[in-house]
Structures are given as structure tokens and as C-alpha cells.
Design a protein around this ligand. Sequence first.
Ligand code: 2AM
Ligand code: CA
Ligand code: CA
Ligand code: CA
Length: 264
Amino acid sequence: MDINELNQFAQQLIREAGQRIRDAFSYDLEIETKSNPNDLVTNIDRETELFFIERIQAFNAEHRILGEEGMGETVTDLNGVVWILDPIDGTMNFVKQHRHFMISVGILVDGVGKLGYIFDVMREDLFYAIAGQGAWYNDSPLRQLQSLPIEEAVIGVNARWVMQNEQVNHEKISDLVRTVRGTRSYGSAAMEIAFVVTGKLDAYMSMRLAPWDIAGGVIIANEVGAVTSTLTGGPIDFLSSNHFIIANPSIHDVILRDYIEVLC
Ligand code: 2AM
Ligand code: CA
Ligand code: CA
Ligand code: CA
């Protein structure tokens, strides 16, 4: 398989899907809820995933697709070429803000991440990586992340974590929030990951992210030295949901050791 040809195809496809999503604002969105009243999905999420599936299958019928909306076949192993895709990451932002949502795509070959993409649909900004060759933000190569002390870090964390919750020890998270320079919460996991790989954030963490939220980002992270793991320091599994952290390598371990206690 020619990885550069696949990269060209994927970039073209992602940009075309982005154009379709932008065009969709001129007609009505159908908004439904999934697991809870704040877990949204629209007809555009589903139509975009179907668009990817049809185009990928026309490109190579052996490629398989693991997508959030489940419009493709069921994927339970990572043999061969597997696309892990989230057609719209940040659906609430899509619906409410009409910005700050991403297309997230990771392409794996026999379980190994080869190509990663995070596309900011409204800004038409592409973050991407080719494993072993490097990572780019549009036409600019991304540099290895520089070390910094935790006191100078700006981190992506959800405000609910600072309140008492069943997921993490909120007192330790409050300590982290007091220690760092600043916190942000953007509402799109892929966007926050894109910010960490470009040094605009120094860490981002979340509970229960799915493979399609993180696959593209993890592949980009590997090229710039960002560290990805579960919140207990375990490896990322592209077939199951789990808690997640991506961080500058100089602060990953200290965050897990001093500030994160997973309760569930
Ligand atoms: P989504 O927009 O594709 O659903 C903030 O909510 C981030 O967490 C988004 O990246 C969102 O992805 C992701 N997320 C994962 N599981 C979610 C859920 N059950 N409800 C809402 N957001 C979820
Ligand atoms: Ca969703
Ligand atoms: Ca998502
Ligand atoms: Ca989604």
C-alpha cells in the first residue's frame, strides 16, 4: 500500500466532507439525543459518516471503517486497514455555536497508527501526521514539544471535574487547577488534542473517550512527542472506550502521580 497516495486521498476526502458540513448550515438540522439529554446527534453527523463510508469503499473495498454513528460494519479487530472516524467531534458546538467542531480520522494498518487527521471544519485548518515522517499544521511542520514546569502549563479540563463527582477525586483536580497557569474547556476532544500537539495547550484529559475521539490525535501526538495514556498510565486501546490524557512529556507523569485519582 502506498501511504502517500492514501494520505492524498484522505486529505481530499476530509476537505470535501468539511465543505458538505458547512453547506448543511443552509438547511435545517434534525437534532436528537443519544445516551442522555446532553448527548446530541444530528442528521449531518450520520450523513457525513455515510459519505466517508461510500467514498472509502469506492477507493478500496477492503478498508474497514469504525465510526461513531455506527453506519459501517461492526469492527471488532484491527487487522488490515481500519479507518477510525468521528464525522463531527463536538456535536454540541456544531449545533449551538456553529464552530469549534472537528472531523477526526485515524488510519491504522494491522493495529498500528499510520495517518492521523484533525480538521477544524469552519476554519478549514488541518492538523495531520504521517507516522515516521512527521506532523503538520496546514503547510507548517510541527516541532517536538518543549519542556515546561507544571506551574506554566495551560490545561484542558472539564469544569465538572472540579465539582464532587464519581469519576475522579475532585480535591486533587482542584489542586491541579490551582497549580497550573490556566485552564480551558473547548467541548471537542479532538480540538483539545490538536491544541496539545501544537503547544497551545499543555495537557488535556477526559473520562470515557471512544476510539474515534482520539485515534487521529494519538497518531499526531506520536510525531511531536506528546504522551498519551489512560488516566492510570495504561496504553491506549483503539477498540474500547476509556479515560484519557494527552500531555507534554515534561508534565504527563507528574499530573498522573500527584493530581489524578480515578474513582470508578
Ligand atoms: P462528540 O461531540 O463527537 O459526541 C465533549 O463533550 C467531548 O466529549 C466531545 O469531543 C464529544 O464528542 C465527547 N463525548 C464522548 N462521549 C460523549 C457523550 N456521551 N456525551 C457527550 N459528549 C461525548
Ligand atoms: Ca457523539
Ligand atoms: Ca467525538
Ligand atoms: Ca461525533
